[in-house]
Structures are given as structure tokens and as C-alpha cells.
Design a protein around this ligand. Structure first.
Ligand SMILES: [Fe+2]
Ligand SMILES: [Fe+2]
Length: 158
């Protein structure tokens, strides 16, 4: 199978508009591609487990970082977002236990892909919600200035 078919490419549509978070999301996309490649190339369980451990360790730090920023930005749904992170972390623990117990390659490969998909879905659905919040906030912060500038530029009505 052609590896490119499995590859996720970073695009601006994935950007949340915050450089430090985008950097961590880019790193995550790179990890997803490494994991997909290892599974496609039928690498052994230990290799896939090492990649999953790394992905989950980075995800845990990323969740903490994101929550810290969401609090700083006063994101109204920050508690719900943190709850999603906690829910995902609990799911990962459960799936990793199943991964460890699985001895058929098809089964443990599916567990690995499930973890990856949960993280991808979170990025595409949940993280994009605070991206939209930041965009709206930026827009409303800009509007009064724009309006003032427009008023200054507007010709005086006689
Ligand atoms: Fe994220
Ligand atoms: Fe998140």
C-alpha cells in the first residue's frame, strides 16, 4: 500500500492561531504519521508500543499546556474541555491495557489506531471550538478600532 494514502498533512485549516499550540499539534501530526507508517510496514508490537507511549506522553503534556492557556484566555468552556481531556486520558489507559494483553497483531494494531483516531477527532472537533472562540474574540477586539477608523475616514455630512 502506498504510505502517502495514510499520511496526514499539516494545513492552515488545522491551525488554532496560537504558535505554541500549533507547534504541538504539528508534532502530533508527525507522530500520527510515524504510527501509521509503523503499522502499515507491519513493525513489531514493541515498536508500535514505543510510538504510542511517546504519543501519549506528549498528549498528556499538551493537554496540560492547553488547559493552562484556556484558563488564561478565560475560555468559557474550559471546564468542559478539561473534562474531555480527562475522559480521553482514562480511555487511553484502558485501551493501552487492552493493547498490552493483545497477542494477535491485527488486534493490537487496531488498538493503536483507535488511540490515534481519538486524538485526531479531539483536535478536529474540540480544539477547533476554542480556535473559533479566539477568532471571534480577535474580531470583536478589532471592531471598535475599525469602526473608529471608519468614522474618521467618513466624509462629513453637511
Ligand atoms: Fe490540542
Ligand atoms: Fe484539547
Amino acid at each position: 500500500m502506498n504510505n502517502c494514502e495514510w499520511e496526514i498533512r499539516w494545513s492552515e485549516s488545522l491551525s488554532v492561531g496560537v504558535a505554541e499550540i500549533d507547534q504541538e499539534h504539528r508534532q502530533f501530526v508527525a507522530r500520527v504519521n510515524e504510527l501509521n507508517k509503523a503499522i502499515i510496514e507491519c513493525r513489531n508490537k514493541a515498536t508500535v508500543e514505543r510510538l504510542l507511549d511517546l504519543m501519549l506522553m506528549e498528549a498528556s503534556h499538551h493537554f496540560w499546556h492547553e488547559q493552562r492557556l484556556l484558563a488564561l484566555w478565560n475560555y468559557p468552556d474550559r471546564a468542559a474541555h478539561a473534562a474531555k481531556h480527562a475522559e480521553l486520558t482514562a480511555q487511553f489507559d484502558r485501551i493501552m491495557k487492552e493493547f498490552e494483553r493483545a497477542d494477535v497483531s491485527f488486534t493490537w494494531a487496531l488498538k493503536g489506531l483507535h488511540i490515534k483516531q481519538l486524538l485526531v477527532d479531539h483536535l478536529l472537533q474540540e480544539d477547533m471550538k476554542y480556535r473559533d472562540f479566539l477568532l471571534r474574540r480577535k474580531d470583536s477586539e478589532r471592531s471598535p478600532t475599525c469602526r473608529r477608523r471608519e468614522r474618521k475616514r467618513a466624509p462629513a455630512v453637511a
